[in-house]
Ligand binder design. Sequence first.
Ligand code: FA5
Length: 340
Amino acid sequence: MDELKALEQQALAALAQAADETKLREWNTEYFGDSGKMKAAMGQIGKLPKDQKAAYGAEANRVKAALTAAYEAALKEAKEKALQASLTSNPYDVTLPGRPRTRGRLHPATQILRQIYAIFADLGFQIYRTREVETDKLNFEDLNMPAHHPARDMWDTFFTTTPGVVLRTHTSPGQIHVMKESGGKPIRVILPGMCYRNEAISTRSEIQFHQVEGLVVGEGVTMADLKGTITAFARRMFGPERQVRIRSSYFPFTEPSIEVDIDWPKDDPNRDRLTKGTGWLEILGAGMVHPNVLRAGGYDPDKVTGFAFGMGPQRMLMLKHAIDDIRLFWQNDLRFLRQF
Ligand code: FA5
């Protein structure tokens, strides 16, 4: 019995010395392992005379329970201490809120361009990209506008410091590129891209905007094909409810020329302001390709005809969603962009 008491004292003293979890586990092996001291003490029971067995056994069990409880309490405290230490020594603050994962989306301009591509792909058009910096020759001259032609005034141009090089004012010079590369073969393409004009910025006009040019060249292409294509496109883009208006117009590079309007949403309170009281907003210019332009592209106007159009995706977005200011598209205001 005295040995049991001594063992308890010794074990408790050793436990008090064990500074961390590793030391505590070593202590546990020393006393409670397979060949541990507590097990050895329990083993003594069998060797004792019968009359002492009960008292010894009871005391041994009490010591075992006391040591187990002391060990578990010490282990818990050691773990707590280790956690506190790691929290204060480590700058990682577990109470900081997590970083939210933001979900991206496509810019509305990209969305509408993709819708336009899909519709024209269904109509059998290929997509063709051309440059945003152009020569004066392709932006104007090859499009039937020689130097000093008054029609150049329709496009307020950004000139570069290199003479004869401009930021393209429309996607129409792409017509010449495509014709030259097609080498006389029939053409059915759209040419999307950014255009630049030195314009007075307003609710309907930006100095930077997308256009999607269209060009079809081949034998027997007529104005009826142009009207059919534009009407089919507008039905798909705006739905059967919206009205399409085709009126005659003038462009030096098409003859005859038209412009196409879509009716502004009827229930929108900004309708009058944005359509200058007409109820219509123009989305594109178009026409039958002028013989001089076919010639500039290497095609023979006696053998083939063609139609072309140049549409404004930002204007179409305004019409689709009743957006009252074109400047919103490039302001990068997330409150606007998140609505799409
Ligand atoms: C042209 O640019 C001609 N190249 C279109 C064309 C192509 C005619 C082929 C015939 C044959 P216009 O300047 O009207 O035309 O522009 C065409 C469309 O681009 C407009 O209907 C409008 O939707 C859009 N657009 C023009 N200027 C701006 C601007 N400042 N901001 C936003 N969109 C514009």
